[in-house]
Design a protein around this ligand. Structure first.
Ligand code: GLN
Ligand code: ZN
Length: 772
């Protein structure tokens, strides 16, 4: 049986790529040195796959920044503003990084291209920009160079390209009056050009990624897919064209996918296992089927028995010679190598035995192929036995399964997710309890994470300083922060989150059911990585997580201090989650843990509690049909975490970088007393939907863009408040920044917040008279 890998992580086992890129940007290494690091990573990636005798090993899956940007450079889709760099003979590498990161050098100030999420992952790609008269031409030869590089190493790789239709779909029209899919006619010749050169260089297999086959697509897009693959088949009858789909089932695009004149169709059986029967039904005899059975999006060890079931079902229908075994998608989304996790403290052996990272997944693919063959060797049969034991131990481990947690989830009632009274009544009670002015001012939680604060946490973690020293310093920091907030006249204060490294990690570290890795990095964008926690077991809260610091902050002031929690959906979204129970169940377990924290904060005298849910929108499924189901359980999980609060306790939530247009009903259904959102960069445009919807609860539209070091003037913020007043009633409105201030410096923060408070005071005067 043939095996293939769709893509391999490229950041390097020890994040060598990050270090090299950042050194190059800082001018500390040369271009050649940067390329050398790239070559070493590629070489090692290919070797890992070669060792497992993978048949179709990918190339061009490496990237110094992003594979979509690579393609834009390859097909010469370079926005006009960078032309000056080409004219000035800036190197292709610098042009490439300029497109990714902007260019401020030699008197130029050119902004970067936009970045957005790659389908439903946490990976961000650089959005191609298209104009009406867009032209394409072969500009960068990266894909060819990489093929030759591997060939020199003795490996005939399978070059990987994002399919032309998905590529156009991923981009954005930068002017009116055309549909980017219509650019296909101009784009195809460049693809043909690439294929010609690759074929001449000796390539036999080419992979085209068309994940849009898993989405709701238009007739036009379907026709474009047909045109594209008919064109490739006509021009390159000798090439083995592999078409991949992933992250979703084919559903209504299945017939189209079957018809396309490609040689191999790859499907994701991890995300959409149920589609296999429909796929096998009348599967065209001129095609091979690639079974994506090893999860490329998560870190769990493959269940060989389950995968073998898929394989034998497929084998019975289409024959072993027509089957390819593969991971569900590129392995870009999982960490590099589990073998590196050598610290029993961080990741105990028992847990490790349930996991597989990229390197292990390649091995799983190879083993599955051998297991599915006629006479597997003794060694392979033993591997299967070991796999069965590991899978079984995960099913029954007492580390994972906590009957008390499961029972608590089963006992959840509808009433548990509802506050005592509707918002209108709560609002009155809160007004009486809290005595807040019109346009109350607050911040979103974090204050600047100075090098001193980071060092303090680091020293404590390394056990270089005692708990006492650590906590005393935090006390000072919190007390200073409270004093300063009082001085400038903020109304609702925060403790500053100095003890938190990350808003998910901080909670994960204190909850049962979470594990962490030392080297489990996954690329987020460019040189940036994330190290998501692993939710492996039933989640519960052994003891309060934030109460001590919040209560301490409250003890320093008569003003209200807002407790600060991360919501269940955000914790879920930013972690590797269990695959042995629905996401909904895990969300409920986390929600109950947060609920306990809300209750304890309240008991400790905290009257305002914020539950951050910045990731709620990004959890939306790829297909619209699935949206409502997700939104229902996500909203419910949030409400479950909040609804334990008394009417008098004010529940806030916060969301950033979100468009709310399509989900406003669900946002309202969350029923937070106050929601703070990011609106300053859009000049309150994002607030319009709240006004159109007649959003009933209170809302704090951000008036201070915290993503830039720039300090906004009082006047600017006044204007933004005026804009908000034009959309919503003054009684509903809060005044706050767009998001937390942890990335800012104190100097900027102080100046900006003082101006913000003054702007709110002006608004108070202006609109009190109007109200009266
Ligand atoms: N409370 C968090 C903070 O202020 C919120 C961060 C976020 O929305 N991403 O840092
Ligand atoms: Zn935010």
């Amino acid at each position: 049986m043939i095996t293939q890998v769709l893509g391999y992580p490229r950041i390097g086992a020890k994040r060598e790529l990050k270090k090299a890129c950042e050194a190059y940007w800082a001018g500390n290494i040369t271009e050649d040195e940067l390329f050398e690091v790239g070559q070493t990573i590629k070489k090692s990636n290919w070797e890992i796959q070669q060792q497992q005798a993978i048949n179709w090993i990918p190339s061009n899956d490496f990237s110094f920044y992003d594979q979509v940007l690579d393609l834009s450079l390859t097909v010469g889709a370079i926005p006009k503003r960078y032309q000056v760099l080409i004219d000035n003979r800036v190197s292709k590498t610098d042009l490439y990084f300029a497109m990714a990161r902007g260019y401020q050098k030699n008197g130029h100030d050119i902004i970067a291209m936009e970045m957005t999420k790659w389908l439903d992952t946490n990976y961000h790609y650089i959005v191609p920009e298209f104009t009406k008269n867009q032209e394409f031409h072969l500009f960068s030869s990266k894909i060819i160079d990489e093929f030759l590089e591997a060939k020199e190493q003795g490996i005939i790789t399978k070059p990987v390209l994002i399919g032309p239709v998905t590529y156009l779909w991923l981009g954005k029209e930068k002017e009116e009056g055309f549909n980017r899919i219509d650019l296909l006619k101009k784009l195809l010749p460049v693809y043909l050009n690439i294929l010609t050169v690759l074929q001449e260089a000796g390539a036999k297999n080419i992979q085209f990624d068309e994940p849009i086959l898993g989405l709701d697509i238009t007739k036009k897009e379907k026709a474009a897919l047909q045109e594209t693959y008919a064109c490739f088949a006509a021009h390159f009858p000798q090439l083995n064209i592999i078409l991949t789909t992933y992250f979703e089932g084919l559903e209504d695009n299945l017939e189209l996918a079957k018809q396309l004149p490609v040689n191999v169709l790859h499907v994701d059986l991890v995300r959409a296992p149920k589609q296999l029967d429909a796929i096998l039904n009348d599967f065209p005899s001129d095609k091979k089927l690639s079974l994506g059975v090893v999860d490329g999006r998560n870190i769990w060890k493959n269940d060989f028995s389950k995968s073998l079931n898929f394989i034998s079902t497929a084998k019975a229908k289409v024959g072993a010679e027509n089957i390819i075994i593969a991971p569900s998608c590129s392995l870009l989304h999982v960490p590099f190598d589990l073998d590196q996790e050598d610290d029993e403290q961080t990741l105990p052996q028992e847990l490790k035995n349930w996991l597989a990272f990229a390197k292990q997944k390649v091995q799983e693919v190879a083993t599955l192929a051998k297991l599915a063959a006629e006479n597997p060797s003794e060694e392979i049969i033993q591997a299967f036995e070991k796999n069965k034991i590991a899978i079984e131990s995960r099913k029954t481990s007492t580390k994972i399964h906590q009957p008390a947690v499961k029972n608590r989830v089963l006992a959840i009632t509808n009433a548990d997710a509802e506050r005592e009274n509707p918002f209108a009544i709560r609002q009155q009670k809160q007004e009486k309890a809290l005595h807040l002015p019109l346009f109350p001012t607050t911040t979103i939680g974090s204050f600047p994470q100075t090098p001193e604060v980071r060092r303090l946490r680091f020293q404590f973690k390394k056990e270089n300083i005692s708990k006492e020293v650590y906590e005393n310093q935090l006390k000072v920091d919190i007390s200073d922060a409270i004093k300063w907030q009082e001085e400038i006249g903020l109304d609702v204060l925060v403790h500053g989150e100095f003890e938190r490294n990350d808003m998910v990690e901080y909670f994960g570290e204190q909850l049962n059911g979470f594990a962490f890795t030392k080297y489990g990095w996954v690329q987020s964008y460019g040189s940036r990585g994330v190290k998501p926690p692993i939710i492996f077991g039933d989640v519960s809260r052994p003891k309060p997580m934030t109460v001590a610091w919040t209560a301490l902050a409250q003890s320093f002031t008569k003003k209200e201090v807002k407790g600060m929690l991360t919501g269940p959906i955000t914790i879920l979204q930013w972690s590797f989650v269990r695959d042995d129970q629905p996401r909904k169940t895990t969300a409920e377990q986390i929600a109950l843990a947060i609920r306990d924290e809300v209750e304890d904060l309240e008991k400790a005298g905290i009257n305002i509690i914020q539950i951050d849910e910045p990731a709620i929108r990004e959890g939306l499924p790829l297909r619209k049909n699935d949206w409502q189901t997700y939104l229902d359980w996500a909203v419910n999980a949030f409400k479950l975490s909040a609804a334990v609060a008394k009417d008098e306790t004010q529940i806030h939530t916060h969301m950033c970088y979100s468009e709310f247009n399509e989900i406003i009903e669900s946002i309202a259904a969350m029923d937070a007393d106050v929601i703070t959102i990011e609106t300053s960069r859009s000049q309150m445009e994002l607030l319009e939907v709240f006004s159109d919807f007649k959003y009933p609860n209170e809302i704090g539209p951000g008036v201070y863009d915290i993503h830039s070091p720039r300090v906004p003037s009082e006047k600017e913020m006044e204007i933004l408040i005026d804009k908000a007043v034009a959309l919503l009633s003054p009684r509903q409105l809060w005044v706050n920044p767009d998001c937390g201030l942890k990335t800012r410096k104190w100097e900027e923060t102080k100046a900006a917040l003082l101006a913000m408070v003054n702007a709110a005071k002006k608004a108070r005067k202006k609109y009190t008279t109007v109200e009266a």
